[in-house]
Ligand binder design. Structure first.
Ligand code: SF4
Ligand code: SF4
Length: 111
């Protein structure tokens, strides 16, 4: 069975501006991907907000992932989010589609 990360690599990394178009990451070794680092939390949040909307998912990400991220500033803003440099934020809708797709039979996200 494919892992969530296998699916993310196939569906998100292939389209990511920091990838090589084949699912491989080209970020420098000194940088890490926020999506990869927090994937277990992202999957949990997607499940917990399954009866809600995309906005509920994003709000929960901000509250539970961004709030603990080293890049978020005290005022709640994030320079990486502002400049579209965070893959988790940039592809959050696509990520949610991937996770929802694995649970299609039980999942019913409101629009
Ligand atoms: S930055 Fe993250 S989402 Fe983008 S290719 Fe690298 S691992 Fe995948
Ligand atoms: S948007 Fe900013 S604070 Fe949130 S995970 Fe990405 S880098 Fe961290």
């Amino acid at each position: 069975m494919e892992t969530y990360w296998d699916l993310i690599q196939a569906k998100v990394c292939r389209k990511c501006m920091d990838g090589d178009g084949r699912g491989n990451c080209r970020l420098p070794r000194t940088e890490s991907c926020g999506l990869k680092e927090s994937l277990p939390e992202v999957v949990r949040i997607a499940r917990e907000t399954q009866s809600g909307t995309y906005e509920d998912f994003v709000n929960a990400l901000r509250a539970q992932v961004c709030s603990r991220c080293r890049y978020q500033l005290d005022d709640g803003t994030c320079p990486l989010r502002t400049t579209l440099e965070c893959a988790l934020d940039r592809y959050s809708l696509l990520v949610l589609d991937v996770i929802d797709g694995t649970q299609a039979s039980t999942f019913s996200r409101a629009s």
